[in-house]
Write a protein that binds this ligand. Structure first.
Ligand code: UD1
Ligand code: CA
Length: 472
């Protein structure tokens, strides 16, 4: 072409922009749910979010999510979850007339010169590398179809070939008995140049068993046009598997968790049982970390070298220093825990706490919005809320920081090497000086000075004669 000749030699042609269309208009009847199907979660995030994330890896120019009735929920979830994102558009498909019709709803937002990749909001485990393979196979101008070889192809569209070349896709319901034996199936994911796709879509009819406009008809139309049609194979069935009901959702959840577990084990993390491990977020581990059964990790969690996490512990947005042991049945939320600490069993951290090194927190201790210095211990049955505690302080069993007067919250300040006797209440705001001793059972409403024993009990101990009652 004349125009091309004018370009200086060696100038790379501009890359063809990619637009991703995600079909999410389906009602998801079999989920038996009020919630839109694509908002059901895998590893704590909507399925749709996983699909978007996989496609984000391709750095597309835009996303077009096709929603149906009930799609407002999808739209508002997206706005809340990704307030910064500007590249996602929603296209409304009022009636579900088929996958081709669904894609058509997104096409007005896509320029002719672009490439289109069609994905499904209910096929959550698709990976970026698989999509890259498909785009590479398709090339800028060709039609690419992601296919799989599966043992039980029932329900899927089958790939029809003539002399090795793809000539069409036939849906289960429209297939002849011979075609039903084909094990090469359509995953549904396709890539196509926008201009051609628009043209093919306009020619798709609905004269088939379902009376729907099938996206798969595009393949036949492209073949008729003599277009270049390429396939990319996906090996793992779970990547291409859709979710229609809660059984399949649970199955995909386990597949996803197993993938994550395998990745962690390859990085050197010991999982006592990878099938009893749940990561709903990101986990960064040092060397020789050991995670026992039933541990759930949410948000962003970091575990230092040699950290041990005991059975059935929940860690949410936590950072744990090297050589710390967290025993079974702890709940740790938004906390930073130092090195060589000993936590639990049955300890609970509510948001915003910071523990220095060598801190011991034992059973039935609740900690909220508090700072604990090095070597401090609270080994049994305590509530430490809104407290600043120094180092090497010992908090006895049953100690409570009374931080709340029913309307406002106040802080408790405790110095270094303090001993708080069992069953004491510290009524905030209050300060306990360094090396102070608080006698067991004291209610401390005024500041206690350093280096002294402070005692406040209702009455001195008395003993009176007493006869044990006997049963009549
Ligand atoms: C589709 C493919 C089939 C493929 C299979 C893979 C067609 C005609 N068939 O079949 O070849 O093997 O996926 O799983 O494409 N949707 C809309 N609007 C509609 C219809 C569907 O958004 O009008 C969405 C659905 O929510 C779903 C997806 O598109 O997420 C696929 O639709 P579905 O009806 O499940 O297609 P299949 O019969 O599974
Ligand atoms: Ca389906």
């Amino acid at each position: 072409m004349a125009e091309n000749k004018k370009k200086p030699a060696g100038m790379a042609k501009p890359p063809v922009p990619l637009h991703v269309v995600i079909l999410a208009a389906g009602q998801g009847t079999r989920m038996q749910s009020n919630r839109s199907k694509v908002l059901h979660r895998i590893a704590g995030r909507p399925m749709l979010d996983h699909v978007i994330a996989a496609a984000r890896g391709l750095q597309p120019q835009g996303f077009h999510i096709v929603i149906g009735r009930g799609g407002d929920e999808v739209r508002s979830w997206y706005a809340a979850a990704h307030p910064q994102s500007k590249d996602v558009a929603f296209a409304m498909q009022e009636q579900q007339l088929g996958t081709a019709h669904a894609v058509q709803q997104a096409m007005p937002g896509i320029a002719d010169g672009a490439r289109v990749l069609v994905l499904y909001g209910d096929v959550p485990l698709i990976e970026t590398s698989t999509l890259e393979d498909l785009l590479a196979a398709a090339g800028d101008q060709g039609l690419g179809i992601l296919v799989a070889e599966i043992d039980n192809p029932f329900g899927y569209g089958r790939i029809l070939r003539r002399g090795g070349k793809v000539v069409g896709v036939v849906e289960e319901r429209d297939a002849s008995p011979a075609q039903r034996k084909i094990r090469e199936i359509n995953t549904g994911v396709i890539a196509a140049p926008a201009r051609e796709l628009r043209r093919w879509l306009s020619k798709v009819g609905n004269d088939n068993a379902k009376g729907e406009y099938y996206l798969t008809d595009v393949v036949r139309l492209a073949a008729k046009d003599g277009a270049r049609i390429q396939t990319a194979h996906v090996d793992s069935a779970e990547q291409a598997s859709g979710v229609n009901d809660r059984l399949q959702l649970a199955r995909q959840e386990r597949s996803y968790q197993r993938l994550q577990a395998d990745k962690l084990m390859r990085q050197g993390v010991s999982l006592v049982d990878p099938d009893r491990f749940d990561l709903r977020g990101s986990l960064l581990c040092g060397q020789d970390v050991e995670i026992d059964v039933g541990v759930v990790i949410e948000g962003e969690v970091e575990l230092g070298d040699h950290v041990y996490v005991g059975p059935y512990t929940l860690l949410r947005n936590a950072k744990v220093g090297a050589d710390t042991r967290i025993e079974s049945h702890c709940v740790v939320e938004s906390a930073v825990i130092g090195r060589q600490c000993s936590i639990g069993p049955f300890a609970r951290f509510r948001p915003s706490s910071r523990l220095a090194d060598k801190v011991h927190i034992g059973n039935f201790v609740e900690i909220k919005n508090s700072v604990l210095g090095e070597g401090t211990k609270a080994n049994h049955l305590a509530y430490l809320g809104d407290a600043d505690i120094g180092s090497k302080t010992n908090v006895g069993a049953g100690v409570i920081t009374c931080n709340y007067d029913g309307a406002n919250k106040f802080r408790t300040t405790i110095g270094d090497e303090v001993f708080i006797g069992s069953d004491s209440q510290l009524i905030a705001p209050v300060t306990i000086g360094d090396r102070a001793y608080i006698a067991a059972g004291s209610t401390i409403a005024k500041d206690a000075p350093a280096d002294q024993l402070t005692i406040n009990r209702a009455r001195e101990q008395r003993s009176v004669p007493w006869k044990r009652p006997v049963k009549k």
